[in-house]
Design a protein around this ligand. Structure first.
Ligand code: ADP
Ligand code: UDP
Length: 234
């Protein structure tokens, strides 16, 4: 497999074509952003940690029958993935109230929800990923009814698998964001599953082990990502 030209540079990753038109190399950077890119910084070695964390989680999900873009981890910062036509609808699943849900509804962070929830957001940097619903996604042709159905089913299944996976490692999966895309007529899970896009709390101390440490200047950011890697490798 030969890595060729860079086709995309995002906030946290770069994408490269390969000699196989169906495959891309996903390269993980150390750059971190928050608040729609208004806050910028570097989390030392984040790219390496996130590549390893995401590879481990995608491998585990594949073994459980979840269809993903993951092919293999190539190096410290590179992952080989199937090329997707990304569906511009982000899926957020929550088990515990935090972040924008608390802001929107005026509730305190930390309440365990009676059941997991699902929200859709339109993937648009200039608009700051506004919240949408299924009618909007269909009306603008961002996703079909069948795609939305598959995304919802996969997202709740992934939540069950991941909640258990983290729970036995002493971590609460508070919430997380997923991206899906189409590859040869199938809907696959894409992007990454890392502390950049998940809220992870220590079960005993409820200490944050995710990007909220960067967002809220809580310190020990690298240490938290390292601890998540150590736990997911157990
Ligand atoms: P952003 O675009 O939000 O700044 P990143 O820096 O993480 O985010 O860039 C990665 C980009 O690659 C995202 O836009 C994501 O939707 C896209 N992507 C993730 N996996 C794939 C894939 N398998 N095929 C094509 N695009 C992908
Ligand atoms: N999230 C993400 N990318 C986004 C928006 C949210 O990865 O563009 C993740 C975020 O890290 C959290 C979950 O999705 O784990 C829910 O985020 P929320 O809607 O609470 O927004 P936030 O307050 O984090 O901006």
């Amino acid at each position: 497999m030969e890595k060729r030209e860079k086709i995309y540079e995002g906030k946290a990753k770069q994408l490269f074509t390969t000699d196989n038109p169906d495959l891309l190399v996903q390269y993980f950077k150390d750059e971190a952003t928050a608040f729609d890119g208004k806050k910028k910084g570097i989390i030392e070695e984040k790219g390496v940690l996130n590549n390893k964390i995401s590879s481990r989680i995608f491998e585990m999900l594949e073994k459980k029958g979840v269809k993903t873009h993951f092919v293999e981890r190539l190096s410290d910062r590179e992952m080989l993935v199937r090329k997707l036509r990304i569906i511009p609808v982000e899926v957020v699943i929550r088990n515990v109230a935090a972040g924008s849900l608390c802001k929107r509804l005026g509730i305190e962070e930390g309440m365990t929800l009676k059941e997991p929830t699902l929200e859709f957001f339109y993937k648009s940097d200039p608009l700051g990923d506004p919240m949408i619903n299924e009618y909007i996604a269909r009306a603008f042709g961002w996703a079909t009814d069948a795609e939305l159905g598959q995304m919802k089913e996969a997202a709740f299944r992934i939540n069950s698998i991941l909640s258990e996976f983290f729970s036995v490692r002493g971590i609460i999966l508070v919430d997380f964001k997923l991206e899906f895309g189409e590859h040869k007529g199938e809907v696959l899970l894409g992007d990454e599953i890392t502390p950049d896009g998940c809220r992870l709390w220590d079960k005993t101390t409820r200490e944050k082990m995710d990007k909220d440490r960067f967002r809220r200047d809580l310190g020990k950011v690298e240490e938290a990502y390292q601890e998540v890697l150590r736990k997911v490798m157990e």
